[in-house]
Every structure is written in structure tokens, then in C-alpha cells.
Design a protein around this ligand. Structure first.
Ligand code: IVH
Length: 701
């Protein structure tokens, strides 16, 4: 018995830990399937040994955590989770149970209606007694939707709650622990699928729920950008959506191109629906987008057929789905079926099988990135998986290798989760000793490898002259979002490195037509084009050059912000940490990193060489905004009569100012419209100047 108790405790602790990794850190260690299996195992033990049941068990609570860095929002109606299964048999059982409950309910309604009908009608036809009579609206709704299920793809994203007061978006919140979420209103407002105002005669209060997600295309683009900036990429679109949604700076959220599909609601006042499909139709009228693949099913066969259809279609959808959600369509019946303490009985998630396969790990390769980070990756025995042949898997970092206890030669279970490159879930057959250790020396320059701090999972080659780092930096420097030198791909770079034509970044500008003619497959035209691209790149604005130079912690956005603020490279060289901190978007860590970057003698050296080669060192005037609001930060709150938030923000930016979502001592003005809330209070508290819409109009004149 003690063993059982220990096993239960162990499972509970493990599940709580995985919940934290998944929700708070957006960095899960195990796949969804493995997680679901742990929960199922615990549920079974708790069922078999009710003696050990506890209301604190993760099986009894909605998972999720509330972060401390956002304001808290208490949900008017708890945001629950869905019961889920991978098995067709279990779906069949759920269906049977549901139909039985529906039938009982209908009989009850029919009897009540029948009674009412008999009482009201003198001539009653006895043979009709058992049929549901359509004597009122509820009866009609049931008749219409009896045995009717709405089946929707289960979007692999993050759930969010949107509250509209008199049709105006007032609060956007995360699910949090189901009871309390985080106030992410400003971030939610950057999502283009979410209307700020509802069309079609909105109700007084409308709290609806849906899934914020990142489509596959944006996910790939963002990961590419993160890698170019030397960062750690997101493991799947759901983590990317979650990380992007919980940014402190809404501009970053905006740049992540998140999307939204509505799927349910918490509370509505001043309007009611009789079915879920009516609710969805109404949301469409309000201005929301609905998924294309929503189907009304009237039998188990229709549900399982649709599931097979969607399983096939899954890869072709622009976003990730991990199954289907089957919902009883009638709200009357939903009410009757009710809830457990964790999930509704009227719905179930039918999850797709994980995209997994087993193969042999032939080799662990170690690569050096642009910033010196050493990353391991797995070379696999090629294996087919979800329509493609897989020969590589990511291993994230050396901690992951230790956790998996994986080494070359082992047989491993791999899984594709959103990303094209799959990850290793676990070792299935251990053919080796221990786990693969990080190298002591850089595979490129043989310098010592260092682990910069205990908290950091990254190992780094810190030799600034490391050839592998330099090669990666060249690839980044010429890339589209940096200096945009078209035709200067990896093949060209490798050949030029081989011929020792590139020793510093500035050497790119010393290359001659003949240097290119000497490369494989290069003829006159191609060499000419490349010379033209190089010449063109000299005109790139300072912001792009800064991004190309690769400042640690500073991506495209920060490069743009500092270029617009300082205008010339010379001004950046003389700026102090304090000058950088004055910029609203720049915090202490980044300000120090910027200062360190511009202090490095080699940076002076490289920029001098680039300048001498004719590379532009300024941000062009045409791209500079007006200057009336130069250095001023605005916070908008409440409803403006003559401007939407976007319009007001656009005007502020066009005059050189910035907007921020939260009031701090650095805020120059709080622009307060009607029904301004807590931000106005905060401004008063901090002594920040508050201006009305009329005063704003004066200023912009
Ligand atoms: S209905 C009581 N419909 O899946 C919750 N949820 O695992 C009713 N999800 O928390 C939700 N797609 O965030 C519903 N078409 C869909 C969904 C969906 C994704 C999410 C949702 C929910 C989670 C449960």
C-alpha cells in the first residue's frame, strides 16, 4: 500500500513540475502524449485507491499558473479544461453516455411539455404522447439540435478570455489557473483577428473565449529571426504563441503576428443563444474569424469519419491542430449535462496520435553559432514520419542530453511537434554508456569551451576570432533583414573563406569581379549581379547595419529604435549607458550590452573599415519621423472620441514619440479618454502629466 502511495505522490509531483515547465516557463520537457499518459496513470491509481484521493491532486485542478509580472484578473466564470482521449473506443463510450443523458433529458422535457399540452388542449391525440412536442422555444431548440454535435479542430495555442463592455474590448486575459488569469489587454489588442469594437448590436457584457495561436508560416519566420539573433528558438507554435502573448512590450507581441479563433464564452448579459452553432454564427457577425473546418455531426460514424478526414488534412492546414473538440450543440442540453470540477461533460477532446517514430541516433553533431553558443544536434538513421523522411533531430542543449540520458548509438523515440525538425522524446533502447558530454574544446578553433553561468544552459566558445563564429556572422551579415546582399549564400561564403578572401566583415567590400569569377558555377552575369548587390548594400540604413553587426540581446527592433534615436554611428559610439536607458524600450541589461558593444576596440575598427569602404553610417532623414514628440512617451487610456487607439498611436509615432502600455515615471503624458481606468490613477499617483483629447489635439497642431 505504501508503494502505491509513493507512486501517487511521485506522479503528482512530476505532473506539477511539468505543469510549471509548460505554463510558466513555456519550455516543456516532455511531449503532450507523455504528459497525458502520466495524468491518465495518476487518474487510474486515484480511481482504484480512493483512499489516497485528494482535492489538491493535479487531476482535480485546471493546470496553469498565474505569473506575478502582470496584473491579475479574476474570471467571472472559471475557465475550465477539456477531458481528452486518444482512443476511438473512449470516444464511443463518451458518445453513448452523452446520448443516454440527452435521451433522458428529452423524455423529461417531452413529458413536461406533454403535460402542459394536455392541460391546455381539450382534444389530445394519445398516440403522440411520447414525442417531444414543439410547444415552446426550448422545445424547438432541442428538436433542432437533438443528437447534434459541433465538431471543431482543436487549435494548438493558448486560451484567452476577451471581455467586451457595450461592445468595446475592455479586458484581455490569460487562463492562468482557471480562476485567475493575467491582464494582457494591451497585447491582446495587437492581434488583428480580435476586433476592438463589436459589430452587430453588441450585448451589454460579453466575455468570450478562444485560442490565440501562431500560424506555421509566422512560427518558421520568427524562429529563423531568433536564430539569426543568436537566441534560443521556440520548440513549437504553441510555446511561441504563449511567449509572445506574455511580453511586457506589446510592440513585440504585435511583431509576432498572432492570430485568434473564438471557441466558447464565459458570460453574456443582454443576449442569449440556444445552440453553440448559433453562438459561433453570432461571433462571425461581430467581426471574428471562424475556423473553416467546423462540422455538425449527427452520429458517432460522422464524428469518426470527420476525424479521419481532418487527420489527413492536418498537415495542409496553415496552423497546428492536435485533435478535434466534440461539443453537444444545444446549450439546454449542455446545461443539463453539466461539469465535473475540471471540465465540461458536454465536450471532449479527441486527440490525434502523436507524430512519433523510433530510430537509431547515429551521431551527435556539435555546431558553433554566431555568438559562440555550442549546440548539439542529432543525426538519425532516416525514418519516415507523417509524410516526410526524417534524418535530423534537435537536442536543444546539453542539459537536455543529460535529462534524456542519450548518447550516440541509442535507439530513440522522436516526435514532430509543430517544427519541421523533430525532437527526441526519450531513449527506447540504451545501446551506449551514459550521456553525451559537452566538448571541452571548440570543434572549430579548439579554444576552451566555457559555461558562462550556472543558470545558463548554454556552453560557449568565447574566442572572438573563432572561424565557425565568423562564418555564421558572415551568413547573418549578408542576410535579407541585415545587409541584404542577394546571391551571397553559404556556398559562396564557404568558397571565399577557403580561398582566404574573407578575414573580416569589411573584406566583403574589397571583393572584386575576378574573385567571383573564380568561384564554382560563376559566370560574368552572376559575378556582375553579386557586385551590384554588394554596392547596393552600402546604402542600407544604419538600423540594418546595426542589426548586421549583431549586438548581443539586440534584434531588429532594438537596432531600429536606437538608429532612429541616435541617427549616426558616431553618436552611438559616444552614448552613455544612461543615454540608452532613457529610451523606454531599453532596460538595464540591454543598455549595458549596447555600451559594451560600442566600447569594444574591434567594433571601432570594423566600423572604420566599413566606413572607408563607403558603407552608409546614418539613418536616412526620410525614414525619420517628425520631431515634435521626440523623446516623449505616451500612455493611452479610456475611449477617445475622434481617434481609434491605432490612429492616435500612429500620430504620436509620426511626430517622433512613443507609446507604452503601462504608466511609469518615464511616461511623459497619459492621454485620458472617457472612462479611463487604473492607468489614470497610476498617473496621478506618480505625478505624470495627464492630458485630455482636446489638449492632445492642441499638441499635435
Ligand atoms: S472549447 C471548457 N474548442 O483546448 C473549455 N477549446 O485542452 C471549452 N482549445 O482550454 C473549450 N481548440 O483553450 C474549445 N475548438 C476548440 C478548441 C479549444 C483549442 C483549447 C482551449 C481549452 C483547451 C483544453
Amino acid at each position: 500500500m505504501n508503494d502505491i502511495k509513493n507512486k501517487i505522490d511521485h506522479l503528482r509531483k512530476g505532473i506539477e513540475r511539468h505543469n510549471k515547465l509548460y505554463y510558466a516557463k513555456q519550455n516543456p520537457e516532455i511531449s503532450d502524449t507523455e504528459y497525458d499518459n502520466l495524468v491518465k496513470e495518476l487518474e487510474k491509481l486515484e480511481r482504484d485507491y480512493p483512499l489516497f484521493a485528494s482535492k489538491d491532486s493535479p487531476t482535480q485542478k485546471v493546470s496553469g499558473t498565474v505569473s506575478s509580472s502582470f496584473e491579475k484578473v479574476k474570471h467571472a466564470v472559471p475557465m475550465l479544461s477539456l477531458d481528452n482521449t486518444y482512443s476511438e473506443e473512449e470516444i464511443g463510450k463518451w458518445y453513448e453516455r452523452t446520448i443516454k443523458a440527452i435521451t433522458n433529458y428529452e423524455l423529461q422535457i417531452a413529458n413536461e411539455n406533454g403535460k402542459a399540452h394536455r392541460e391546455n388542449t381539450a382534444s389530445c391525440n394519445d398516440s403522440n404522447q411520447d414525442l417531444p412536442l414543439q410547444t415552446d422555444e426550448a422545445g424547438e431548440a432541442i428538436q433542432k439540435s437533438a443528437l447534434s454535435f459541433t465538431v471543431e479542430p482543436k487549435i494548438d495555442g493558448v486560451s484567452a478570455s476577451l471581455t467586451y463592455v457595450n461592445g468595446v474590448l475592455a479586458i484581455g486575459a490569460t487562463r492562468g489557473d482557471g480562476e485567475t488569469g493575467e491582464d494582457i489587454t494591451e497585447n491582446i489588442k495587437t492581434i488583428r483577428d480580435i476586433p476592438h469594437k463589436l459589430k452587430d448590436n453588441p450585448p451589454a457584457f460579453f466575455e468570450l473565449r478562444g485560442e490565440v495561436y501562431m500560424d506555421k508560416e509566422s512560427f518558421a519566420a520568427i524562429n529563423e529571426e531568433i536564430i539569426e539573433n543568436g537566441g534560443q528558438k521556440f520548440a513549437n507554435p504553441r510555446n511561441a504563441a504563449s511567449g509572445s502573448l506574455r511580453q511586457k512590450n506589446p510592440q513585440i507581441t504585435a511583431s509576432r503576428r498572432l492570430r485568434f479563433f473564438v471557441h466558447s464564452f464565459g458570460d453574456i448579459k443582454g443576449l442569449s443563444f440556444s445552440t453553440h452553432s448559433d453562438f459561433l454564427e453570432y461571433c462571425k457577425k461581430c467581426g471574428f474569424k471562424l475556423q473553416k473546418d467546423i462540422k455538425t455531426c449527427r452520429s458517432l460514424k460522422e464524428i469518426t469519419d470527420f476525424s479521419l478526414e481532418m487527420l489527413e488534412k492536418r498537415e495542409t492546414l496553415p496552423y497546428e491542430i492536435d485533435g478535434l473538440v466534440i461539443k453537444v450543440d444545444s446549450y439546454g442540453l449542455q446545461k443539463e449535462l453539466g461539469y465535473t470540477n475540471k471540465s465540461p461533460r458536454w465536450a471532449i477532446a479527441y486527440k490525434f496520435p502523436a507524430k512519433q517514430a523510433t530510430t537509431k541516433l547515429n551521431q551527435i553533431r556539435v555546431q558553433v553559432g554566431r555568438t559562440g553558443i555550442i549546440t548539439p544536434s542529432a543525426v538519425l538513421e532516416p525514418v519516415p514520419l507523417a509524410g516526410v523522411t526524417i534524418s535530423h533531430a534537435t537536442l536543444h542543449n546539453f542539459e537536455e542530453i543529460e535529462r534524456l540520458n542519450v548518447n550516440e548509438g541509442d535507439t530513440v523515440l522522436i516526435e514532430r511537434a509543430g517544427d519541421v525538425i523533430p525532437k527526441i522524446v526519450k531513449v527506447t533502447v540504451k545501446n551506449s554508456e551514459g550521456f553525451f558530454k559537452p566538448p571541452k574544446h571548440c570543434p572549430s578553433c579548439q579554444s576552451e569551451i566555457v559555461k558562462e553561468s550556472e543558470e545558463e544552459a548554454a556552453y560557449r566558445c568565447v574566442n572572438p576570432e573563432c572561424p565557425a563564429q565568423f562564418r555564421r556572422h558572415l551568413i547573418h551579415f549578408v542576410s535579407r533583414n541585415a545587409m541584404n546582399i542577394d546571391g551571397f549564400g553559404e556556398v559562396v561564403i564557404d568558397q571565399l573563406l577557403e580561398k582566404e578572401k574573407l578575414k573580416t566583415l569589411a573584406d566583403i567590400y574589397a571583393l572584386t569581379f575576378d574573385d567571383f569569377l573564380g568561384l564554382e558555377l560563376f559566370k560574368e552575369k552572376k559575378a556582375n549581379n553579386l557586385m551590384k548587390s554588394i554596392a547596393e548594400s552600402k546604402k542600407r540604413p544604419l538600423s540594418k547595419l546595426l542589426f548586421a553587426l549583431g549586438i548581443r540581446h539586440a534584434g531588429e527592433k532594438v537596432s531600429e529604435i536606437i538608429a532612429k534615436r541616435f541617427i549616426t554611428m558616431d553618436a552611438l559610439f559616444t552614448a552613455s549607458v544612461g543615454d540608452f536607458i532613457k529610451i523606454n524600450e531599453i532596460g538595464d541589461v540591454l543598455a549595458v550590452s549596447l555600451k559594451e558593444f560600442f566600447e569594444k576596440p574591434e567594433m571601432r575598427h570594423i566600423t572604420n573599415a566599413l566606413k572607408a569602404a563607403g558603407v552608409n553610417m546614418t539613418e536616412p532623414e526620410s525614414e525619420n519621423p517628425g520631431t515634435a514628440f521626440e523623446g516623449k512617451t505616451f500612455v493611452l487610456t479610456g475611449e477617445l472620441a475622434n481617434y481609434t487607439r491605432e490612429k492616435a498611436t500612429e500620430i504620436i509615432k509620426s511626430l517622433g514619440g512613443r507609446t507604452s502600455s503601462s504608466v511609469s515615471k518615464k511616461t511623459s503624458y497619459v492621454l485620458a479618454g472617457a472612462e479611463a481606468g487604473s492607468k489614470l490613477e497610476k498617473a496621478k499617483e506618480l505625478g505624470v502629466q495627464v492630458i485630455s483629447e482636446a489638449e492632445f489635439e492642441e499638441l499635435i497642431k
